[in-house]
Design a protein around this ligand. Structure first.
Ligand code: NI
Length: 255
């Protein structure tokens, strides 16, 4: 059995065929999906999906692209949403210096406020880091962001940073790009870090793995990430499924 630890099933890409997407996930052995919020409305939708489906859990949070929307009122609404028992984490949150859709200072402020929210609720944090490795690490250390566990989603950094993050209480999650030919850096990280700190995800509808690159992604494809990881670690895919599932259950405290 596999877990997709980071999916955006509330995305409008699935508005016409979510039932079929879920059926294909089940057939691929994906029995649990964590649906991740990226703005307030997407967080609400994630919670709604989790309430309706036993095998879906939710994370609520504001992506760095939308950091400028995180005012005090939204923070309080997020807090209230997070009280639902199916909410297992706060996120995704973080810094994105590649697209810089919100000013850097606002990104940092929203990131820190959500770390504090997670600490108040004793929940792990789901972190998005694009071209912001050093600032992410500095804030994580200063705020003790990993105190209730954390996940670096779609990890794109080097091995030494992954080692530092693991020391801070974090898990490293791999997505479709692990299957790309030019992913040497991620292969090295996936090969060398402790197996009990690795998660797998799709980040669907984005980051579709090979051989479907370019098409819409969906949770069933997390199996392709598991297969690639099995190849890198020289293990059976069943062992990878078992290990990554138990890691995911541990960090999100799933029953
Ligand atoms: Ni995402």
């Amino acid at each position: 059995m596999l877990i997709d630890s980071h999916a955006h099933l509330q995305d409008r890409e699935y508005k016409n065929d979510l039932d079929q997407v879920m059926a294909r996930a089940a057939r691929a052995g994906v029995n649990t999906i964590i649906c991740i919020g990226f703005d307030y409305s997407a967080s609400q939708k994630a919670v709604d999906l989790a309430k309706k489906n036993n095998n879906i859990y939710a994370a609520v949070g504001i992506h760095p692209h939308d950091a400028k929307t995180l005012d005090e009122q939204t923070l309080e609404k997020l807090y209230n949403l997070a009280l639902n028992p199916k909410v297992v984490a706060i996120g995704e949150m973080g810094l994105d210096y590649y697209r810089n859709l919100s000013p850097v200072e606002q990104q940092k402020k929203a990131f820190v406020e959500q770390i504090k929210l997670a600490q108040e609720l004793k929940k792990p944090v789901v972190i998005h880091d694009r071209d912001a490795h050093q600032d992410i690490l500095d804030i994580i250390k200063r705020e003790k962001a990993g105190i209730n566990g954390g996940i670096m989603h779609c990890y794109s950094g080097q091995l030494p940073l992954a080692v530092e993050l693991i020391k801070e209480g974090f898990y490293i999650s791999f997505a479709g790009p692990l299957t790309f030919k030019n992913a040497k850096k991620s292969h090295e990280v996936a090969q060398k870090i402790n197996l009990d700190r690795i998660l797998i995800e799709t980040d669907c509808p984005y980051l579709t793995p090979e051989p479907f690159r370019g098409k819409r992604n969906e949770p069933a494809h997390v199996k392709l990430v598991a297969q690639k990881l099995a190849e890198i670690r020289n293990l059976e895919v069943e062992e990878i499924a078992h290990i990554t599932s138990s890691n995911t259950k541990r960090v999100f405290q799933l029953d």
